[in-house]
Design a protein around this ligand. Structure first.
Ligand code: ABN
Ligand code: CU
Length: 708
């Protein structure tokens, strides 16, 4: 990678600065995006350029809290941009100061390729359809004559292929056939893979397997209502749908219990900023907890900063299938517009997301972020057995959910950031969409590397691994981290220290240096991880104020040492890495663990997590730290996952421990509460079940009155 940096002093805009948004962490507005592109266009006058990225460069942490907490000046609005210029290899990238209407810095970086935008992915289908050699291969595969318009491809970045390196911007076209335009083409994969140079707009090579397989022309399996009617419809029930589809509605007769000041959320005792960018999608920042009036910082910034989906079939060229979807395509770029009553039910607030299009104009995804509440079941309960459970406190909880859904070609990733009233922060991932499929012949033994999910359809084994980036600020900037392992006493039964053999304890190991923080999940010890402030000790327990990471969906990366995916996702081989934080110029600060420009990185050299870990000697104890956590699942496909996957759910939790004086939800009003003395006197106590707060609950059968 070579960077040719230049300092730009004169490139300014002809229009004035757009009005600054309400909050320094707010994503760029459409006006700001246009303002940046106009400044960039002036600088690159004479070149034909395509805009790839225009995004907020968040303020440096120090500058941000200087403004927020110390009455300092508001940080300037800074944007980062990436453009691709016709005829130039690599990317042009730089920084625009929107407040000053100035291009501050720009550089031409070669040896890298930029993220793929939805636009980049759409041109590929036309290129392959018009290529004579692709046509010939389609005929060899048994494509009916004059059917090239029925050929589709999922365009993926090539990932990395040493035959071409990173000099040309390349995509691999995963090929499919649709028998009609409503067909699910994943039922009809083809066996060859064209490589497309997307700047030259041509096919440069076709990877053709030694064993040829014909296009499966079986009737497709699909999931649209008309196909369900074809599959399951009867004379009595033509739709084919189950006839138990009675609605479950969420009613909030008094509205929501969150409030938003622009993008700043207040809910229960939480307060935080909701951001969004092209790459990570939702970003939650400056998160605090109001502890009976005392505002305590919790996290500076939380996001999903990378992911990888490595496939496990050893045959060439399937080793190239390992999508780093966040760095190569963007959880923001691929985000869906959400629909009221459908993707989310209840009383919803949406936030739109804005991006640049290739011309530097703003494009908008409506309703990109969904904000809503749901019932969360019991928050706590206790009944006294002495009076047949009449003495009772029952408190119900609710949860706040900030969500987005992005489509990574075949897959949908549904991301739910969930807040509970007790201070728990949960991330739930739901995987749905369609398996990536490859053709197999009738008589083919596909070995242990995949599953035949449909006639002639092989779905390869793969993993979905995510990197969660946590920048903590628990009761201040100096934090620490470590493991917590449930262990039996080291002393044997009969010893003085463990006479009866029953002793066990929690073994805590603090990470002193970066190298100590490279750990893995241990099922045997029910391992969790603590992020804590060693300077803020609990008044009763004497233990440090902690957020405990409870995460058990921790499939280890299965690709071996030396594999391409292990090199390109240096963060994925372990469950945790902790690095010291420092503000870089323009506050960029160690965001992306597979590097800034992920497409076509060979995985060699020192980038991202490998660079940050360095010799592993840096101190991470009682300092400003960033905690990275790899989590996810291994997916061995099954026919139940086809033609579309029922959502597969996995999650993790961050739980406050030794942070609150006592149970932090004692002040949530119970739904039902009766003391022993009230029971004895025949008094009803607090009873909001039957006191009409919940007007919609009733018995399912028979009696229609509430709670009786
Ligand atoms: N999973 C690879 C991918 C993601 C987004 C768009 C195209 C391909
Ligand atoms: Cu999967």
């Amino acid at each position: 990678m070579e960077r040719l940096a230049q300092l730009a002093l004169h490139a300014t805009s002809s229009v004035g600065a757009p009005p600054p948004p309400a909050h320094p962490l707010d994503p760029l507005s459409p006006q700001e995006i246009r303002s940046v592109s106009s400044i960039v266009k002036n600088n690159y006058a004479g070149k034909t350029i395509n805009f790839n990225t225009i995004t907020l460069r968040e303020p440096m942490k120090k500058a941000y809290y200087n403004w927020k907490e110390k009455n300092g000046p508001r940080p300037p609005r800074i944007a980062y941009f990436v453009i691709v210029a016709n005829g130039d290899a690599g990317v042009h990238e730089g920084i625009v100061d929107i407040s000053a209407q100035q291009l501050v810095e720009f550089q031409h970086t070669t040896g890298v390729q930029p993220i793929l935008t939805p636009y980049d992915l759409q041109v590929t289908e036309e290129i392959i359809r018009n290529d004579p050699e692709v046509r010939r291969q389609c005929e060899i595969s048994g494509l009916p004559p004059n059917s090239m318009h029925m050929i589709y491809c999922d365009a993926w970045t090539i990932g990395y292929d040493e035959r071409w390196g990173a000099d040309r911007r390349l995509q691999q076209a995963l090929m499919y056939y649709r028998s009609d335009e409503d067909d699910s083409h994943y039922s009809h994969p083809l066996d060859f893979c064209p490589i497309v140079d997307m700047n030259a707009k041509k096919v440069i090579f076709i990877d053709i397997p030694q064993r040829r397989r014909k296009i499966p022309l079986n009737k497709h399996s699909s999931f649209h209502p008309k196909h369900i009617a074809e599959k399951f419809g009867t004379r009595e029930n033509p739709s084919g749908f189950r006839n138990d589809n009675f609605p479950i509605n969420i009613t909030q007769p008094e509205g929501v219990s969150f409030s938003l000041d622009g993008n700043v959320m207040s809910w229960s005792n939480f307060n935080f900023h909701i951001g969004f960018n092209y790459r990570e999608g939702i970003v939650l920042s400056d998160m605090t907890w109001s502890d009976h009036g005392r505002v305590r910082p919790l996290f500076h910034r939380i996001s999903l900063c990378e992911m990888v989906v490595p496939y496990g079939c050893p045959d060439f060229p399937h080793q190239r299938k390992h999508a780093l979807d966040i760095g190569e395509y963007g959880a923001g770029n691929c985000t869906n517009p959400l629909t009221l009553g459908c993707d989310c039910k209840g009383v919803i607030h949406y936030i739109d997301a804005h991006f640049t299009d290739k011309n530097g104009d703003a494009s908008t995804v409506k309703n990109a972020i969904c904000i809503h509440e749901e019932d969360d079941g019991l928050l706590f309960k206790h009944s006294d057995f002495r009076d047949d459970f009449q003495t009772t406190v029952t408190t119900r909880g609710k949860k706040l959910i900030i969500s987005q859904i992005f489509t990574a070609a075949n897959y949908e990733y549904c991301l739910y950031w969930i807040f509970r009233q007790d201070g728990t922060i949960k991330l739930e991932v739901r995987l749905t969409g369609i398996l990536n499929t490859f053709v197999c012949a009738d008589d083919e033994d596909i070995g242990p590397w995949g599953t035949k999910v449909y006639p002639n359809v092989n779905a390869h084994n793969h993993q979905h691994l995510f990197s969660l980036r946590l920048h903590p600020r628990l009761d201040g900037d100096n934090n620490s981290a470590g493991t917590s392992d449930a262990k039996p006493s080291a002393y044997p039964t009969g010893s003085k220290e463990n006479k009866y053999g029953n002793a066990f304890y929690c073994e805590k190991t603090v990470f002193n240096k970066v190298k100590d923080s490279i750990t893995n999940f241990e099922g045997k010890t029910a391992r969790t991880w603590d992020i804590f402030n060693p300077n803020s000790l609990h008044k009763y327990s004497g233990k440090p104020a902690t957020y405990k990471l409870v995460s058990t969906f921790c499939s280890p990366l299965l690709a071996q040492e030396g594999s391409l995916v292990r090199k390109r996702a240096p963060w994925a081989a372990n469950s945790t890495q902790v690095i010291p934080y420092s503000d870089d110029a323009y506050g960029y600060g160690k965001l992306y663990p597979s590097g800034d420009h992920v497409c076509q990185w060979s995985g060699e050299g020192s980038r991202g997590m490998r660079e940050w870990i360095g010799d592993g000697e840096a101190n991470v104890n009682n300092t400003d730290i960033v905690f990275f956590h790899t989590f996810g699942i291994t997916h061995f496909p099954a026919p139940e996952d086809f033609p579309v996957m029922p959502t597969e759910i996995f999650d993790l939790q961050l739980r406050p421990r030794n942070l609150h004086a006592e149970n932090p939800v004692l002040d949530v009003k119970p739904s039902y509460a009766r003391t022993t003395s009230e029971v004895k006197k025949g008094l009803s106590g607090v009873d909001t079940c039957s006191l009409n707060t919940d007007k919609t609950s009733r018995l399912a059968f028979g009696d229609k009155s509430c709670c009786k």
